[in-house]
Structure formats: structure tokens, C-alpha cells
Ligand binder design. Structure first.
Ligand SMILES: C=C1C[C@]23C[C@@]1(O)CC[C@H]2[C@@]12CC[C@H](O)[C@@](C)(C(=O)O1)[C@H]2[C@@H]3C(=O)O
Ligand SMILES: O=C(O)CCC(=O)C(=O)O
Ligand SMILES: [Fe+2]
Length: 337
């Protein structure tokens, strides 16, 4: 495993000091999917990174840079439209175009965004309001991007299953391959911070789904929380437009009985440049039942979460603030705490 150094930021939002640290870099080229010895080792590294940090960077990921660039171009084309045109694709209920307001419960951030369902027919419908001049070309570019990042997400899930010693290595990825999967694509555009002041672009939260595949332009802003000797510390994740960051979500934490961590993260705005990020949130079908897998439960590690459907979790999530620790609602020892 290669270890990348995280850049040292001066003072973060609210004068919190963010420290330098390191997060793992996984090289997928060395693990062409064959279940050989080398692949088993990489799988173990992915598990370790997901347990310790809940985030890691993937290089040599196999997603075509031309596909990534086409998606970024379409995104920028959209955010460059006049305000009144963009608003025709809003409000986000929950998908669509949004400005500053995040979710339905009063959360605000310094950004504009476009949230899309990855289901091709839902996307084709929305594309008519997003790109009136050429909806087919917009849907084509999004579908092409989603297919490639979904394949990457599935490869990571297969390797996680292998590294965790699950009986069926496709146990996790089948949830994203299901035609009824509820995955989303989000494009976030953070303008340069006004008055050179660093502001919250997207507040602290964990991602609710199985995992997130994140790619951004070469502008910093993403930070994660790590536990340190004097409490919690914000650590900056350096941007790398040629790579993807994989972020573990709440559902994967529940399925693995708390072994993999859904990392809390946020975005701060950049005083010099605007940031464009693209996130694929890999989610199961609404009816999928989420519960700790039997392989993850033992007398030493008793079951931590009760069973719930993704639909049930999603309903709760939309009724809660961004920063709420929603998995707490499903903890079996919740009332005892
Ligand atoms: C405040 C909210 C926005 C959010 C739904 C929620 O009620 C709580 C979770 C938020 C989040 C965070 C990760 C993703 O960006 C997102 C699309 C998701 O699935 O959960 C957002 C939701 C959103 O913006 O609609
Ligand atoms: O924009 C980013 O870089 C991350 C945003 C994020 O965490 C989210 O949309 O859930
Ligand atoms: Fe997130």
C-alpha cells in the first residue's frame, strides 16, 4: 500500500486547526480481478483502509479519463447557464438543481448542485429540463460516466467482500447491480469564497449509502474527521483529478456490524478557485433489507444494528439534519446508552 501525505491547512472553519495525516492509496492496476494471491493482499489493504479511515484513494482505476472529462464538461456547461435557466431544473425534491439549501431541514452550504437519480429513464426525464438544447447528449454522457463508476464501485465491493472473508464475494456488489438500485449522481459547484474568507461549502456528515465514488477538479476543500489524542481533528484530503476517493457509507457500516467506518466529512470553500466535484452514491434497491452479515457477528463482536430496509433508512434520513448520526437510530444498544 502506498501512503499519501495530506496537505497541511492553516486554520479551518471556526478557527479549528486541521492537522496533516495520511490516508491509503490503493493501486488497482496491480490487482486485475483474478482472485490470485496479489488480489487477496490488495483486498486486505482495502479492508484495513476502510476500517481505519473510512476513505481511501484509488489510482489506476480503469475509468476512462475521456469519460470523466466529458462529464466534467457537461457539469460546467450546466453551472455556467443563466440562473433562471438552471432553476428550471429545480427545486431539488429530492433530485434536481439546488442552491445553498441542502435537504429539507434547514441545512445550508456555499454551493450550487445538481442531484440526479442514476436510473436511465428517470435521468432521461430530468435531462429535458437540464439541457433543453440537447437532452440526449446530456443523458448519454451521464449514463456513460455512471456505468464506469458503478463498475469501479462493484470492483471495490467485491474486493471488500473477499478481504472480509464473506462466503459470496458478490454479496455486496449485487445490490448495486440490481436494476432497481437507488444510486444517485451529484455534481457540486463551490464558487470561490467571497471576500477570501473560508466558508462551509457542505457541512459535516456521513454518506448514507453503501459507498461513494468521488472525483473533483484540482481544487482542495474536502476534509475528514479523525480521532486524535485531543479529540476530533479535521484533516484535508488533497484533490487529485486523475484519481477517485472511495468513501464508506452508513449502509456498509451496518452490514459489516460496525467494522467498516462511514467517515464524517465536509467541504470548505477555496479562496482562490472554484471546486467542481462529482459523486456517485451507490445505494441498494428500496426494498433491500440491511442487517449485519452473519460472518460479521460473533460472541466477541455481538450484533450492533437491527434490520431495516434501505427505503426505511432513506425516509428517516430525509427527516433529519445533515449532521445527524442516523445509524444511532438502528443501534441495538441505543436505549442503553
Ligand atoms: C440534509 C440532508 C441532505 C441529504 C439528505 C439529508 O436529509 C441527510 C443526508 C444528506 C445526504 C448527504 C450525502 C449526499 O450528498 C446526499 C444526496 C444523500 O444521500 O444524503 C445528501 C442528501 C441530499 O442532499 O438530498
Ligand atoms: O463536494 C464534495 O467534494 C463532497 C460533497 C459531499 O460530501 C456530498 O455531496 O455528500
Ligand atoms: Fe458526502
Amino acid at each position: 500500500m502506498v501512503v499519501a501525505s495530506l496537505e497541511l491547512e492553516g486554520r479551518g472553519v471556526d478557527d479549528q486547526i486541521s492537522k496533516s495525516s495520511s490516508i491509503p492509496v490503493i493501486d488497482l492496476l496491480s490487482s486485475s480481478w483474478k482472485l490470485g494471491r496479489r488480489e487477496q493482499l490488495v483486498s486486505k489493504e482495502i479492508v484495513k483502509a476502510s476500517e481505519k479511515y473510512g476513505i481511501f484513494k484509488v489510482v489506476n482505476h480503469g475509468v476512462g479519463m475521456d469519460v470523466v472529462e466529458r462529464m466534467e464538461e457537461k457539469g460546467m456547461e450546466f453551472f455556467s447557464l443563466p440562473e433562471n435557466e438552471k432553476h428550471k431544473a429545480g427545486p431539488p425534491n429530492p433530485v434536481g438543481y439546488g442552491v445553498r439549501s441542502i435537504g429539507f431541514n434547514g441545512d445550508m452550504g456555499d454551493l450550487e448542485y445538481l442531484l440526479l437519480h442514476t436510473n436511465p429513464s428517470s435521468l432521461a426525464h430530468k435531462a429535458r429540463t437540464i439541457c433543453k438544447s440537447n437532452p440526449n447528449s446530456f443523458s448519454y454522457v451521464v449514463n456513460e460516466y455512471v456505468e464506469e463508476v458503478r463498475d469501479l464501485a462493484c470492483q471495490i465491493l467485491d474486493m471488500l467482500a473477499l478481504g472480509l472473508g464473506l462466503e459470496n464475494y458478490q454479496e455486496l456488489s449485487r445490490l448495486l447491480r440490481d436494476s432497481e438500485n437507488d444510486s444517485l449522481l451529484r455534481l457540486n459547484y463551490y464558487p470561490t469564497s467571497y471576500n477570501a474568507r473560508v466558508r462551509v461549502g457542505f457541512g459535516e456528515h456521513s454518506d448514507p449509502q453503501l459507498l461513494t465514488v468521488l472525483r473533483s477538479n484540482n481544487v482542495s476543500g474536502l476534509q475528514i474527521v479523525t480521532d486524535s489524542f485531543n479529540g476530533e481533528t479535521w484533516v484535508s484530503i488533497p484533490p487529485d483529478p486523475t484519481a477517485f476517493y472511495i468513501i464508506i457509507g452508513d449502509v456498509l457500516q451496518a452490514i459489516t456490524n460496525g467494522r467498516l467506518k462511514s467517515v464524517r466529512h465536509r467541504v470548505i470553500t477555496n479562496p482562490q478557485s472554484s471546486r467542481l466535484s462529482m459523486m456517485y452514491f451507490g445505494a441498494p434497491p428500496l426494498h433491500a433489507v440491511i442487517r449485519p452479515l452473519p460472518e460479521m457477528v460473533s460472541p466477541e463482536c455481538p450484533r450492533k444494528y437491527r434490520a431495516f430496509t434501505w427505503g426505511e433508512f432513506k425516509k428517516a434520513m430525509y427527516s433529519l439534519r445533515l449532521g445527524y448520526n442516523r445509524l444511532d437510530l438502528y443501534r441495538l444498544d441505543h436505549n442503553a446508552q
